[in-house]
Design a binder for this molecule. Structure first.
Ligand code: CP3
Length: 340
C-alpha cells in the first residue's frame, strides 16, 4: 500500500505526509445525515452498497489519501450474541453484557468473519470504485471491545471492566482470547477482500497502567499482530496512551496512532525513530477558524519534521459539529505546508 506505507529508508523530506481523518464519514456531513434519515446506523453498516457509498463519498469530499471502510468496532459483539442497539443520543447498549465466567463460556462459537462478510463486500465495492486510493480495514482491539461487552455500553472510568480483569482473571483472559481469535479472522477476511492496511482501535486502553497492559493485554496484541503482519501493514491506535507507547509499540504494529496529549517528537523518542506514527491534531481545532487550523497543523508537521513514516490524522475521531469546509481546509493546508 504505497500511500500509507511511507518509505523507511530515506530520512530526508519527501513531500507532504499521507493524510486521512478518523471518522471521516459521519454525521458532520449533510449527505450522511440524509442517508441516516432513511436507514438506521446498523442497517447502513450492514448494506454493502450504502456502506461503500459513504466510505467513497468521504474520500471524494475531503480529497484524502485513504478511505476507511464504514462499519463499527461493536458489530463483532452483536455476532457474539450480546444484542447491540444504538439509542438516539445514548450511544451503544448491549442487552446481554458479559459479567461472569459462565457468560464468557456461553458466547456462541460462530464464524464471525462469515457473519460479517457484508463488511468484506463493502470493502470490495469501495476498492473497485476508488482505484489507487487505499481502503483501510479496521476492528476494535480486544480490550476496548471487551470494555463495551463488560460495561454493557460506553463508560467513563471502566470500573466494571477493571474489576472484572482483577477479580475474574481467568474469565477475562478467556474473553480476551475469544475476542482476539475472532478479530484475527475478521481482519484476515477484510484483507482478503482488498483492505490495504488495518487499524486496531484501542480507544480506551489508556485507562490501564503499564503493568496491567503488559500483564493482561500485551500477549493478546502480540498474537494479533504476529498473525496480521505477514498479510498487511497495521496501525495500533489509542487515546491517553503517553504512558503506554513503549509497551504498545512492542506488541508489533507498523504504525502507532497517538492523540494530541503527547507531542509527536516525544512519541518518536519513546518508540524509536524507525517506527511510523499517525496523528495527532486535536479534533476540536476543526471547530475554529482557518488561521487556527493552519497554525495547529503547522505545529504537528514541524514535530513530524518531514519524517518519512508520518501519517497525518486527527488524534481522535472528527466531531459531529465540525464544518465540512474546515475538514477540507485541513487536508489542503497539510498538503500545502507539507510540500514546502
Ligand atoms: O469513517 C470512519 O472512521 C469509519 C467508521 C467508524 C465508525 N465507528 C462509524 C460510526 C469507525 C472507524 C468507528 C470506530 C468506533 N466505534 C470506535 C473507535 C474510535 C473512537 O471513536 O474511539 C468506537 C469506540 C466505536 C463505538 C461507537 N460507535 C460509539 C460509542 C458510538 C456512539 C457514539 C457516536 O459517536 O455516535 C458509535 C456510533 C457510530 N459509529 C457512528 C458512526 C458514524 C454514529 C452513528 C450515527 O448516529 O449515524
Amino acid at each position: 500500500m504505497r500511500a500509507l506505507r511511507p518509505s523507511s529508508t530515506a530520512d530526508q523530506k519527501s513531500g507532504p505526509p499521507p493524510v486521512w481523518l478518523m471518522r471521516q464519514a459521519g454525521r458532520y456531513q449533510r449527505e450522511y445525515r440524509e442517508i441516516r434519515e432513511r436507514v438506521s446506523f446498523l442497517e447502513l453498516c450492514r448494506t454493502p452498497d450504502l456502506a461503500a457509498q459513504v466510505t467513497v463519498f468521504a474520500v471524494r469530499q475531503l480529497e484524502v489519501d485513504a478511505a476507511i471502510i464504514f462499519a463499527d468496532i461493536l458489530l463483532i459483539l452483536d455476532e457474539l450474541g450480546l444484542g447491540l442497539r444504538f439509542e438516539e443520543n445514548h450511544g451503544p447498549i448491549f442487552e446481554k453484557p458479559v459479567r461472569s465466567l459462565a457468560d464468557v463460556d456461553a458466547l456462541p462459537e460462530v464464524p464471525v468473519h462469515e457473519n460479517l462478510a457484508y463488511v468484506g463486500k463493502a470493502i470490495e465495492i469501495a476498492v473497485k470504485e476508488l482505484g489507487s486510493t487505499p481502503v483501510i480495514g479496521f476492528a476494535g482491539a480486544p480490550f476496548t471491545v471487551a470494555s463495551y461487552a463488560i460495561e454493557g455500553g460506553s463508560s467513563r472510568n471502566f470500573t466494571r471492566t477493571k474489576c472484572f480483569m482483577y477479580q475474574e482473571p481467568v474469565a477475562f483472559e478467556r474473553l480476551m482470547t475469544r475476542l482476539t481469535d475472532a478479530t484475527i479472522d475478521y481482519l484476515k477476511m477484510q484483507i482478503a477482500c482488498g483492505a490495504s492496511c488495518v487499524q486496531l482501535f484501542d480507544s480506551w486502553v489508556g485507562c490501564l497502567s503499564p503493568f496491567d497492559f503488559d500483564t493482561f493485554i500485551a500477549p493478546h496484541m502480540k498474537r494479533l499482530f504476529d498473525s496480521i503482519t505477514p498479510l498487511s501493514p497495521s496501525i495500533y491506535f489509542g487515546t491517553t496512551t503517553a504512558g503506554l507507547l513503549e509497551p504498545m509499540s512492542a506488541t508489533g504494529p507498523d504504525i502507532i496512532g497517538v492523540d494530541w496529549r503527547l507531542d509527536l517528537d516525544r512519541a518518536w523518542s519513546l518508540i524509536g525513530q524507525e517506527r511510523g506514527i499517525q496523528g495527532n491534531l486535536d479534533p476540536v481545532v476543526l471547530l475554529s477558524d482557518r488561521a487556527t487550523i493552519k497554525s495547529h497543523a503547522s505545529r504537528v508537521l514541524e514535530q513530524a519534521a518531514g519524517r518519512p513514516r508520518h501519517i497525518f490524522n486527527l488524534g481522535h475521531g472528527i466531531l459531529p459539529q465540525t464544518p465540512v469546509d474546515n475538514a477540507r481546509y485541513l487536508v489542503e493546508v497539510v498538503r500545502e505546508l507539507g510540500s514546502r
